[in-house]
Design a protein around this ligand. Structure first.
Ligand SMILES: Nc1ncnc2c1ncn2[C@@H]1O[C@H](COP(=O)(O)OP(=O)(O)O)[C@@H](O)[C@H]1O
Ligand SMILES: [Mg+2]
Length: 404
């Protein structure tokens, strides 16, 4: 709980009166199993896979696929944590390791992290060398740790496994028991954000490692509403206006079905209310939070581009806003506006040919779309360009909005 009497205007650290427990809506927070909503079947299926390990038998290996923000990491971690508690109640030595392969991409890094995570779950930190060992040596540390601690069953969560450089770790996990290297039963939970990865994984895994497969679908508005409602106690009582959570849920369901982004939008809306020193979070804050997120995304998209690309996008955005009848423009028309902007900024305009090529590149990045049009008789064909983003967002991101 955050301390309450902290909304004094004169206090530079003042946090206002919006949040009661901000942690609940921050990224990285792993809620309790009881706060997981809308994934009952998946929780149960994973529970069944780990069930045997809670009574000293071999866990089933499971693969989870689904887009980002569909609860894969959360469900895997919570159910595994719960399995360990269940095993404790049965006097069974159950251990697990969590490896986010997107942080540890090579075989050696991932194998070290597995040893590390196991050691830290056993409270024997400090036994794993930070570097210098080969992958196989790090794995030997794991096998030894399991043995010295009389572990019956060991579950390894390999999150974002599609970012792992090779399959050595997976292969050795699947063989460790039968080859006599490890004494414990070993199970793996493989998680991938890419459903396309499935064929490759199936090819690479030996069939004994493919007990179970779960697909996590994007959340619908109802599920997102439940997820957000279960975190509403992040806010002080009566601070969230009634329409806020349904609105965030509806927008998120329409755009992506990603719970992480939905929670983040709710948090940002709260922060906007807090910064403005308002007493409630309203649907206007939600609109603003969504718009800010779009601006931020666009800004990072154009971060590395040259000033000329920015003049071009500025020109196209202005044309789009100021021309009511159409949103497609020929290169030449964009070029004229672009040249003015470059001039105003004291930059020598590039050739029209170069601008034409830059526009085609932006279409490659998904910022604009370029199409050939027939033109009239004797006119030849032209390339026409359209901005794929909301022009107001583009202007804001470029720092060119009128309200700035
Ligand atoms: N069913 C759910 N109930 C409660 N919170 C959820 C649920 N699904 C996802 N979340 C939250 O949304 C965020 C993203 O979930 P995560 O498991 O990391 O997604 P993924 O691994 O599929 O990308 C996390 O903060 C998580 O706590
Ligand atoms: Mg994840």
């Amino acid at each position: 709980m955050e301390h309450r009497d902290n909304d004094d205007e004169d206090n530079i650290f003042s946090t206002g009166s919006i949040f009661a427990n901000r942690e609940l809506v921050r990224i990285g927070h792993v809620p309790e199993l009881s706060r997981i909503v809308g994934r009952d079947n998946e929780v149960r299926a994973l529970g069944q896979a780990l069930g045997p390990a809670t009574i000293g038998g071999p866990p089933e290996t499971t693969t989870i696929y689904g887009k980002t923000g569909t609860g894969k990491s959360l469900v895997a971690r919570c159910v595994t944590r719960e399995a360990k508690l269940e095993a404790e109640r049965n006097d069974v030595a159950f251990q697990f390791a969590y490896v986010d392969c997107s942080d540890y991409r090579t075989d050696a890094q991932a194998s070290r992290e597995m040893a590390h995570s196991l050691a830290s779950n056993l409270n024997i930190n400090g036994d794993v060398p930070q570097s210098g060992l080969a992958a196989a040596d790090y794995r030997d540390i794991t096998w030894k740790t399991l043995k010295y601690n009389n572990v019956n069953s060991f579950v390894v969560i390999l999150d974002e496994i599609d970012t792992l450089d090779d399959d050595e770790l997976l292969r050795s996990l699947s063989r460790a028991k039968e080859s006599g290297k490890a004494s414990a039963y070993i199970g793996v939970i493989c998680i991938s954000n890419k459903v396309e990865f499935r064929d490759r994984l199936n090819e690479r895994l030996n069939s004994s490692l493919q007990d179970k497969e779960l697909i996590f679908d994007p959340y619908d508005a109802g599920q997102l509403r439940e997820i957000l409602n279960s975190r509403a106690d992040a806010f002080e009582e009566d601070v969230l206006e009634e329409e806020v959570i349904p609105k965030v849920a509806a927008l998120a369901a329409r755009a992506h079905g990603d719970a992480r982004k939905a929670i983040d939008t709710l948090y940002e809306a709260g922060r906007l209310a807090e910064t403005a020193r308002e007493q409630t979070v309203t649907s206007t804050h939600v609109d603003e939070a969504v718009e800010r997120a779009a601006i931020n995304r666009f800004q990072s998209l154009i971060e590395g581009t040259t000033p000329h690309v920015k003049y071009i996008l500025h020109a196209l955005a202005v044309l789009t806003v100021e021309t009511p009848k159409t949103d497609v423009f020929r290169t030449h028309r964009i070029y004229n506006v672009y040249s003015n902007f470059a001039d105003e900024d004291g930059a020598e305009p590039l050739s029209e040919e170069r601008v034409y090529r830059l526009l085609k590149e932006q279409s490659f990045l998904g910022i604009t779309e370029s199409n050939h049009t027939g033109g009239g008789r004797g006119e030849g064909s032209y390339l026409e360009h359209r901005l794929l983003q909301d022009p107001e967002i583009v202007l804001q991101a470029l720092g060119r909005a009128k309200t700035d």
